[in-house]
Design a protein around this ligand. Structure first.
Ligand SMILES: [Cu+2]
Length: 144
């Protein structure tokens, strides 16, 4: 085989190998993403309703109790957060836990929450929702 032909084949198969590798890695990682919590949902969890309104956060627990602006959870336990709004669009944001999801009237969005480290984490509203937007602060209290 002449040399230029050899380089041509090496270029083609080299590029194919790189693209094939990237395709396999991307597919494996995309498959591992669990946005809707299908794998979580098979486990044991409790549902907490998160309701945004001008200008506070309300949390409704499975036993019927409620709290405002402070979300109480247990470390290591799994929670399904059903996020909605009573009035305008808010955004439920806990930066330290990597959670940020819009609270939209008429819609319920699901997020999964599991915190292993006990402590207190800040909650913000991350969508401008009116004159009291800056007051929509809260905290997550993770009990050991
Ligand atoms: Cu808000």
């Amino acid at each position: 085989m002449e040399k230029s032909r050899l380089f041509e084949y090496l270029t083609i198969f080299g590029a194919a190998a790189v693209l094939g590798y990237l395709a396999v890695v991307a597919a494996a990682n995309l498959y591992a993403i669990d946005n809707y919590g299908y794998r979580y949902a098979r486990g044991d969890y409790q549902t907490i309703k998160v309701v945004g309104r001008q200008f506070s956060w309300e949390f409704q627990y499975p036993n019927g109790s409620r709290s405002f602006n402070t979300l109480y959870v247990k470390a290591g336990a799994l929670y399904k957060l059903e996020i909605t709004s009573m009035d305008v669009v808010h955004s439920f944001y806990i930066p330290q836990l990597g959670i940020k999801y819009d609270a939209v009237p008429g819609f319920v969005y699901v997020m999964w929450l599991k915190v292993d480290k006990p402590g207190v984490y800040d909650i913000f509203c991350a969508e401008y929702c009116g004159s009291g937007h800056y007051l929509m602060l809260g905290r997550v209290v993770v009990e050991p």
